[in-house]
Design a protein around this ligand. Structure first.
Ligand code: ATP
Ligand code: MG
Length: 608
């Protein structure tokens, strides 16, 4: 491609609405243009990068025996109602774009394809002899993200490779999961990224596990906890650790004390001269279930610990059937407005006790406000860190008062459900080896592989007949890579003050030839010759034949991050051209006749 003919516009200044380096650079270098919130045009340079990433993904997937297909983006609501996800995706997180068509039928734009593929499997798979199967596609996904940001990192329209596998049993699923683990590692290594596979939350679906592939970068939206020995890495949502030991309690007698102005743990500990580890803190949440039921949840946890809301959501999902519901739609700390809908009287905020009286909740249905009513009793959960405490301090249920020296089942009844919902934190000791201290890093989730089990096949009746002639639900796995997110993550990991440094394997072009002075016929002649030779021998080459100053051309070549820059300048006097490596800025003169073979060799080395 000749730059003189390409729709190629670079920006000198950082665009105002871009926050992170990769987003700024992709905009400035003319890879993408914003059309609306989370909606981008992939310009010709970007499209080449995306195709290269897709090709690496395709090669690694095909090598495992997975089959490429293309599923519809327009998905009938019935499928999502069968799986039970219509409400969660249109109401709760509300990330699915849903609409009503001219026949008054509800349809949605696919945010993911479990429903569609399970429908296909139900239709086509009959016997164990057809198993296992693994289908994948590379396609645009639609998600009405709450906070679209950082360019292609979190778009509302983005490219994903998603694959779904079907098995007769868990063992077969595990094998494919392992193959995917390897394939994903290969994809990221080949794309030139530094990454870390981490244990991830599988939600309340259960399943035997999931792994996220994190590209390590400051701008990452995820927090990864890991140990230096390399034995442990997990998303903070899922991570476990050992809490520090509790300090001995300074309280010996049970008493109720006036503690004015001590709504926070910090103020309370200063006032009572105790450690936060001597305190049982009671955190109030409001859960909304899919049948419209509102449940007030009180989590009692040790004062120095935080609640991990992902773990809490999983626990509450397990308890959904107690409320005649199947899943949780929303979990929030109720603000004053939310409280006003169900509180019979003002809550003693900052002084709530684990056994707060249920009559703070107005009797259901009398106080309208919530659709399916409010459960008349608090759902009381106690975290493991609080269960073992002796002589602890906690709220007295009266504003301005705490109790100290309390013990479970003496003065205060131990809550009904003991759970593990504490947030692991950097500085904690690791479970696998308490000598190892948990560290923290930021990561960009580029891939997620998942053992689904029979959640969708059971809900949608996708079964097969096993060797014994019995009908069994298909065992499933699913595997996703964010192709467009991965491409931007590569930039986030590799740039300098002059611009992008694309890894050779996914750079839009391998080389760019700059003609310093287009009125010099010799310069133009050699450049044209090299341009033809390089491209015909597989070295993808751009020709900067614009009528611009050499400085402008060099700056643009650096900005767009093409790995090798060839300059047909002064060295031509000796039959040579200057070749500059983008990454190291190393420059050398190479005889014109050696350019093709040298570059071919460098490229081969770089993408091995
Ligand atoms: P996140 O937690 O970042 O929202 P997710 O858990 O919703 O991701 P999956 O449903 O597992 O993501 O999708 C598979 C992959 O698709 C992710 O690992 C990520 O690389 C990519 N992806 C997900 N949402 C987006 C988005 N809004 N924009 C770009 N890529 C995305
Ligand atoms: Mg998401």
């Amino acid at each position: 491609m000749r730059l003189s003919q390409m729709l190629f516009v670079t920006l000198r200044d950082d665009p105002a609405d871009a926050e992170i380096p990769s987003h700024k650079l992709l905009l400035r270098a003319g890879y993408i243009r914003r059309i609306g919130a989370g909606i981008y045009t992939y310009l010709p340079l970007m499209w080449r990068v995306l195709q290269k990433v897709s090709q690496i993904v395709r090669e690694e997937m095909n090598a495992t025996g997975a089959q490429e297909c293309l599923l519809p983006q327009l998905q009938p609501a019935e499928l999502w109602k069968e799986s039970g996800r219509w409400d969660t995706y249109t109401k709760a997180e509300g990330i699915m774009f849903a609409l009503t068509d001219r026949r008054e039928q509800q349809v949605a734009l696919g945010p993911t394809h479990e429903e569609v593929i399970t429908y296909v499997a139900r239709d086509m798979i009959r016997s164990y002899r057809q198993l296992p199967q693994h289908l994948y596609q590379i396609q645009t996904k639609f998600r009405d993200e709450i906070r679209p940001r950082f360019g292609l990192m979190r778009g509302r329209e983005f490219i994903m490779k998603d694959g779904y596998s079907f098995h007769a049993d868990e063992e077969s699923l595990k094998k494919t999961y392992q193959d995917m683990y390897q394939a994903y590692s290969n994809i990221l290594r080949r794309a030139g990224l530094a990454f870390r596979p981490v244990e991830a939350d599988s939600g309340a679906i259960g399943g035997s596990g999931s792994t996220e592939f994190m590209v390590l970068a400051e701008a990452g939206e995820d927090e990864v906890l890991y140990t230096e020995d390399g034995q442990y890495a997990a998303n903070v949502e899922k991570a476990v650790s050992l809490p520090v030991d509790a300090k001995p309690s300074p309280f010996t007698n049970y008493e109720k004390l006036e503690t004015p102005g001590t709504e926070t743990i910090e103020k309370m500990c200063a006032f009572l001269k105790c450690s936060p580890t001597n305190v049982v803190k009671n955190v109030l949440y409001q859960a909304t279930y899919d049948n419209g039921m509102t449940v007030l949840v009180l989590v009692s946890i040790r004062g120095d610990q935080e609640v991990n809301e992902v773990k809490l959501t999983n626990e509450l999902t397990k308890l959904a059937s107690n409320y005649g519901a199947s899943t949780i739609l929303k979990l929030a700390v109720p603000d004053a407005e939310a409280q006003s809908k169900w509180a019979a009287k003002p809550l003693p905020l900052g002084y709530i006790a684990p056994d707060i009286a249920d009559d703070y909740i107005s009797s259901p249905f009398t106080k309208g406000g919530t659709e399916g009513g409010t459960a008349p009793k608090f759902l009381r959960l106690v975290d493991k860190t609080a269960v073992d405490l002796k002589n602890f301090a906690t709220g007295a249920d009266t504003a301005g008062y705490h109790v100290v020296g309390a013990n479970w089942n003496q003065q205060i009844k131990l809550p009904d459900f003991t759970v593990d919902v504490r947030k692991a934190r950097p500085g904690d000791r690791a479970v696998h080896n308490p000598q190892q201290i948990i560290q923290s890093a930021r990561g960009i989730e580029v891939g997620h592989i998942f053992q689904l089990g029979t959640k969708y096949s059971q809900a949608m009746g996708a079964t097969y007949t096993n060797e014994q002639g019995e009908e069994k639900p298909l065992v499933m796995g699913c595997y996703g890579v964010g192709v467009s997110r991965l491409a931007q993550a590569a930039v986030e990991q590799s740039y300098d003050k002059d611009g992008i440094i694309f890894p050779v394997a996914i750079a839009p072009y391998h080389a760019i030839i700059c003609i310093p002075n287009i009125s010099d016929t010799k310069q133009v002649e050699v450049a044209e010759q090299l341009y033809t030779e390089l491209n015909s021998s597989g070295v993808e080459t751009l020709l900067d034949d614009r009528n611009e100053r050499a400085g402008v051309k060099f700056k643009d070549a650096d900005l767009i991050g093409i790995p090798f820059r060839i300059v047909t300048g002064k060295a031509l006097a000796n039959g040579k051209v200057e070749v500059v490596q983008r990454k190291t800025k190393e420059s050398q003169e190479i005889a014109v006749e050696d350019v093709v073979s040298t570059l071919k060799q460098w490229i081969e080395q770089a993408i091995k």
